[in-house]
Design a protein around this ligand. Sequence first.
Ligand SMILES: [Mn+2]
Length: 327
Amino acid sequence: MRFLFLTDTHIRGTAPANRLDPFPETLKLKLKEAVAVANELQVEAVLHGGDVFDVPAPSPSVVGEFLSIFNALQAPLYGIVGNHDVFAHNPQTLDRTMLGLANKLGVIRIIHPGERIYFEKKGQRVQVTGQHFHLDLDRRDPTLDYCVTKEQADVAIHLVHGMLLDRPFIEGVAHTLIDQIVQTEADLTLCGHNHLGFPDTIKDGKMFVNPGALVRLSNHPREISRTPQLVLIEVNDQKLSYRKMPLRSAPHGKDVLDRSQGEEAIYREQKMRQVVDQIRQAGQFQYANVHELIEQLASREGIEPAVRQIVLEQIAQAQERLEEEND
Ligand SMILES: [Mn+2]
């Protein structure tokens, strides 16, 4: 039995500020390659780690062009919700987004927390679960989001759109360490969200993998040097194994990412470009900042979770109205 995993495709109709190539066309080639690999290897399912779209409601022409690529898949496409897929990073807004639409139409089948999807072949049973991004992820007890139990299956795979890392990261950035979740019964935990990925890790016989995003949106030096890749998962004799498959259609980072300003200026300039680029895209960055601000205010002032929830929901609705006006 085979499965193919990919994550963070960030489908969009324009090129990010740092890209030198026609980004949407490059992305189409990559997705077509992934579909061809899945069809050729006759996988049971393709699994997506979230951030299917770069913004919650891209234009219908962009959605149509890209989703029709997935339509060529012979196997079903399952996915989880990333922070970019929904308004104000709030998964409760899914039904108002293009990912929600794709889910309703059956192009992508969203796996919800607590739901178990089973695949059976030749006496082998594989369980797949998923945890979407949400506002408390990597902030609350990580076992609630990252740990699953294996129920009546030989092999369990768990998908999470969260900041899982193999080593401690910058203080103040919410993240979860693999060491905190080794009690999971998933044989393989597949992560998206952190675009650079982390080194493959095996702890207590369990595998933790983030292959990195399928796209390179920033000109971070590590984005320039890495090749976007797929993960091919095989289940044989009730045992799981996997291998990474670098995309043949992915151009070299140095050919598509603009680093003309010199290494030392990259970081400051990159931040500025990101702000401009994202404001252009329906104010995603502004709202991410508002979200952070509310989180900080709420924890400092001891504001009740229910009140915080109402505020976040209203921001999501405001962002949605703004996008409608822009359209
Ligand atoms: Mn992403």
